[in-house]
Ligand binder design. Structure first.
Ligand code: C2E
Ligand code: CA
Ligand code: CA
Length: 659
């Protein structure tokens, strides 16, 4: 796919798992080829065997006929010898009669033998010669009748004369014919053997060719299967670039050899992929991911690598001197898709976390550092590219130290709830708040991006979330008791809780402990990639809503989920991520249209919408013109500590748009 090419949505089928299909097809082709080959070779050998049988039958018949000829000729010679002997003893009537008798017997045997030969000579190349010899012998025998008749007359001279003059020529001819038949039979045998070996050779060649072809095709099939299997193990099925495991192996190898010095680890996240999914179907989302991977891979040098590490997140290992060029490239990627109605240019925007690697870094911390920088870019910065500061890695991101410090922090109650107001911009009044954790550590306030990723990977985040909910309920109870007009407060919960079958019960326990009216609590769950734990999520949401507790889907537009999934969930609120809001108010019509469409679609699902990260009056005005009234952002307030927020509760009016 080139940059200039237009990719048609209608011609793009689902792109996932094509490799599995390919492997299955390859295996089927190999099986079919092997089957055809086996059937072919079996039928070849069967044909060869029956052909050999035929030839051997012909050769056997020839040998049998040769015996017949030998038998006939020896009978003939004996008969002839008797004839000469007869002439010698012709005067001795008694002996002559005995010889004549014997000659008669031989004559009968001769005729019988000659008949048998005649039957099996049919169709051979010596059949006509056989007829000749038979007729010659018949003539000879009838002439011999005449010789034997001399017995009766006793005329030896005449008989002798007759034998010598009349018969010797025909005897010579017969002998000659015997020889010629033998030669023909020999030739027949030689021909048959020659034909047979030619056929055998032909069959052998055909067999070898078939076997070779089978070996070749199944070999190619096998190699392709191995290749596909390796591809499946190492590469992401959609984008055909490294998957996270392969990237980790690759990096670990280079790290062991000290070959990561001079490289940077870039973690990127495509902005608003979910919106592309919503607007042009998930096929367009897939195409975006593939196009991104394809174009970036083309940009990288030989020893640089890119991997898809889940959803719309990518990781690159790039030489330090190329980092800037790669980041520039990431932020100028475009391609066109043909939606069937019109051609749309998609401009891919990213957030990047960059970490300059040093070989002295512990391996685990490298990806983590880039990821933390990315998170920083997502949440806490107006910059799309954040460079991770090595000092932070050395200090705060030593995971072990951090986790030990966290445990102490919980005991010492170092974690505080800050409240960021949510405003109804139709009246510019405070209408809710989000509780955000802050770690007060040695007199500094540590922001969540510095520790939450580590607690997420360690699992401790679940404890911290309940700690925060407890703080929120405690604060609400205090404000209610003081008679303040309180607002609904949302608390963030990690997806990890979905593994806990008692998640909903545990939430209710905390709320009921402080006797907080349920409608004052909202649970924020981050949109996860594809909602892998959809059933657990759906059960939790249902249980919350039957207890009148609100549930919001946080950071909508950063993940990889789709509106159709949200429709099936009874969530009350969709929080649109800051990255989508950033695009409006700066004159970018395409970004504005996109967000407007998404807002309309969510409205159609009958869900409340709140836009996060509203920083400018222009953004607020645009949202108000779309009747999207709920916002949260620095325009109104940053996250406020307990006492500052209490002041807000007492004075809930703002004047930002209408000064
Ligand atoms: P989030 O839930 O998306 O929270 C919104 C973040 O955006 C907050 O960052 C907030 O300070 C920031 N923000 C709000 N309005 C604006 C704006 O107009 N401009 C800019 N630049 N930023 C704005 P914060 O407090 O640093 O929290 C970061 C993330 O940490 C949160 O993102 C949330 O994912 C996580 N987090 C915070 N507290 C908790 C918690 O108690 N439990 C869990 N599981 N996660 C938490
Ligand atoms: Ca949140
Ligand atoms: Ca959010």
């Amino acid at each position: 796919m080139g940059k200039k090419n237009i990719i048609s949505l209608s011609h793009t089928r689902s792109l996932k798992d094509r490799r599995v299909m390919l492997a299955v097809r390859l295996i089927l082709v190999v099986i079919v080829v092997l089957l055809i080959g086996v059937v072919g070779i079996t039928s070849l050998s069967y044909n060869l065997a029956s052909m050999k049988k035929n030839y051997y039958r012909l050769i056997d018949r020839d040998y049998e006929n040769l015996n017949h000829v030998n038998e006939i000729s020896s009978l003939f010679f004996e008969h002839q010898a008797l004839a000469f002997r007869y002439i010698d003893v012709i005067e001795n009537k008694e002996e002559a009669a005995m010889i004549e008798e014997r000659a008669k017997v031989i004559e009968e045997e001769l005729i019988a033998e000659e008949k048998e030969f005649g039957d099996s000579a049919v169709g051979t190349q010596y059949e006509s010669e056989y007829h000749n010899v038979v007729s010659d012998m018949r003539t000879y025998l009838s002439n011999m009748e005449y010789v034997f008749d001399f017995n009766d007359y006793g005329d030896r001279e005449t008989a002798d004369f007759y034998m010598k003059t009349e018969l010797s020529a025909s005897i010579d001819t017969i002998i000659h014919r015997f020889m010629s038949i033998k030669e023909l039979i020999d030739k027949d045998v030689v021909d048959a053997r020659g034909d047979l070996s030619k056929e055998v050779l032909k069959y052998n060649r055909l067999e070898s060719f078939t076997i070779l072809l089978m070996v070749l095709i199944s070999g190619i099939g096998l190699i392709m299967c191995i290749y596909t299997a390796l591809d499946m193990v190492n590469n992401d099925s959609l984008t055909q670039i490294y998957n996270v495991e392969k990237m980790q192996r690759y990096m670990a190898k280079r790290h062991r050899r000290g070959k990561l010095d001079g490289y940077s680890c870039i973690c990127t996240n495509i902005k608003g992929l979910a919106l592309i999914n919503q607007r042009y179907t998930s096929v367009a989302g897939d195409i975006t991911l593939r196009e991104y991977a394809y174009q970036m891979k083309k940009t990288l040098k030989n020893d640089e690598r890119i991997a898809r590490i889940g959803g719309d997140n990518f990781l690159m290992i790039v030489r330090d001197e190329n980092t800037k060029a790669v980041i520039d490239k990431i932020n100028s990627l475009t391609f066109k898709i043909d939606t069937g109605v019109d051609v749309q240019e998609i401009k891919i925007e990213n957030r990047c976390g960059v970490y300059k690697i040093s070989n002295t870094d512990p391996f685990d911390s490298i990806m983590n550092a880039a990821y933390v920088a990315l998170n920083n870019a997502k949440k806490n910065s107006s910059e799309n590219v954040v460079w991770f500061d090595r000092k932070l890695l050395d200090e705060a991101y030593d995971r072990k130290i951090l986790i030990t410090q966290y445990k102490k922090g919980i005991i010492n109650k170092e974690f505080e709830a800050f409240y960021q107001p949510k405003t109804d911009i139709s009246t510019e009044t405070l209408e809710g708040a989000e509780a955000l954790v802050r770690w007060r550590k040695n007199d500094t306030l540590v922001p969540p991006y510095m520790f939450i990723p580590v607690l997420e990977s360690d699992g401790s985040i679940t404890e911290l979330d309940f700690y925060m909910l407890d703080r929120v309920c405690q604060d609400l109870r205090q404000w209610i008791d003081e008679g303040l007009r309180v607002v609904r407060v949302s608390s963030n919960f990690s997806k990890l809780h979905l593994r806990n079958p008692d998640f909903a019960k545990d939430v209710l326990k905390v709320i009921n402990k402080y006797d907080i009216p349920h409608e004052l609590i909202e649970i924020e769950l981050t949109e996860s990639s594809g909602y892998e734990n959809f059933t657990a999520l759906s059960n939790f949401v249902t249980e919350m809503s039957s207890n009148d507790i609100f549930v919001a889907i946080d950071d909508f537009g950063t993940g990889y989920s789709s509106l159709s999934l949200l429709r099936d969930l009874s969530v009350d609120v969709i929080k649109i991520d800051k990255s989508l809001v950033d695009g409006i108010g700066s004159g970018k019509k395409s970004d504005e249209n996109l967000l407007k469409n998404v807002i309309n679609m969510i409205k159609e699902l009958n869900k409340d919408i709140i836009c996060e990260g509203v920083e400018t009056v222009d953004q607020a005005r645009i949202l108000r013109s779309w009747k999207c009234y709920n916002v949260q952002g620095y325009l109104y307030d940053k996250p406020l500590e307990h006492d500052e927020f209490e002041i807000r509760l007492r004075d809930p009016k703002y004047n930002r748009i209408n000064k």
